[in-house]
Design a protein around this ligand. Sequence first.
Ligand SMILES: Cc1cc2nc3c(=O)[nH]c(=O)nc-3n(C[C@H](O)[C@H](O)[C@H](O)COP(=O)(O)OP(=O)(O)OC[C@H]3O[C@@H](n4cnc5c(N)ncnc54)[C@H](O)[C@@H]3O)c2cc1C
Length: 377
Amino acid sequence: MGCETAEMKIAVVGVGGTGSAACRHLAKAGHTVVGYEQFRVGHTRGSSHGESRIIRYTYPDPLFTGMMGDAYPLWAGLESEAREELFVRCGGVLIAPEGHADLRDTRESIESAGLPFEELTPGETAARFPAFRLAADEIALYQKDSGFLRATRCVRAQARIAAVHGAEIREATAVHEVASRNGKPVVRTEGGEEPFDAVIVTAGAWMGKLMHGLNLPLSVERRQVVYLRIARSPEHFAPEQFPIWIDARTLYYGFPSDGVIQGVKLASHVAGYAVDPDNDGREPAADIIAEALEIATRRFPDLSDQVAFTQVCLYTSTASEDFIMDYAPDLPNVFLISGCSGHGFKFTVLLGKIAADIVTGKTYPRDLSRFALSRFV
Ligand SMILES: Cc1cc2nc3c(=O)[nH]c(=O)nc-3n(C[C@H](O)[C@H](O)[C@H](O)COP(=O)(O)OP(=O)(O)OC[C@H]3O[C@@H](n4cnc5c(N)ncnc54)[C@H](O)[C@@H]3O)c2cc1C
């Protein structure tokens, strides 16, 4: 596996969130990189498009909080290399009733990581973030380092910088097979087979189809984001006065106005349907909009019931929502990253680097055994 070589020829299959990051890290390290993307970089059919993805340390799980400690400096590095705004630092709140397990575990997780946080009562929350209404039994755990990443811009920036460092990004080039010939990985496209020293597969919602021989236990589901127009006090929805929010009870979450799309975005982590990523299923669903409206009007009385924009995106999930990061069995030097389970974007900059490091013979200091394929056996 991954012998350390001065220069390797490496394929990255899928130039989305994780793949674009892998291309950039590899190209900057001086490797010969070919990134294969079946559509165009920044397309809207996968999982990494749009104006906003939450970034936060506030996980109930110390491993994810710790990994975000590794990801934050990588995002800052990307943003300064890209010379454009990728990360809006608006802070974030986790809203839950006192005693809720996620609130308790998140508090413990960020406390043990030495991160600052505040706990706000409903009155304190409304005074500080006037658009919010909390129920009497709720508190808001505020963490200042949360915010949102401009997802499409991040993917495009990673791919652009990778290309500047010599990566060849082959758009509109679908990979039909990743196989092994005489112990070496090959990538097969319409144009034929090409051998590589290593292949990183980051095919998102298409992972199960491309690597069908592995029977990966991944589910692909659509999720729909809804932007509602602001009825009153638009300044209360600006990033300066409106943190990203997650409601631990309903698993709805949302963002301040992003300055690009009108209104404010909210979505459910859980409400969606299973889909085949090749069969559209991307038209708006009325029941999802109705539920979002119900949540929004209760929580944010200054929002209107007018939908400004709605869009579908795909989740590729494992049952535990732990990612897959491992070598493919029986395919030497083929490394898989998948199962980002609806919370992976904030990690993509790190996941791409971990894959790049591992296939080039370096290690990642944290224990990644939770993400190994052997857990499914
Ligand atoms: C509505 C929604 C909201 C989300 N909110 C958040 C959030 O707030 N915070 C957060 O951290 N995460 C969030 N996520 C999750 C996050 O966006 C995903 O986990 C992440 O984008 C997954 O990245 P990826 O690289 O695995 O997949 P993708 O970015 O989809 O990349 C896979 C790429 O592989 C390409 N591909 C596939 N098969 C082939 C092939 N055979 N040949 C060539 N190319 C191929 C695809 O076209 C695609 O471009 C959200 C996801 C959705 C859908």
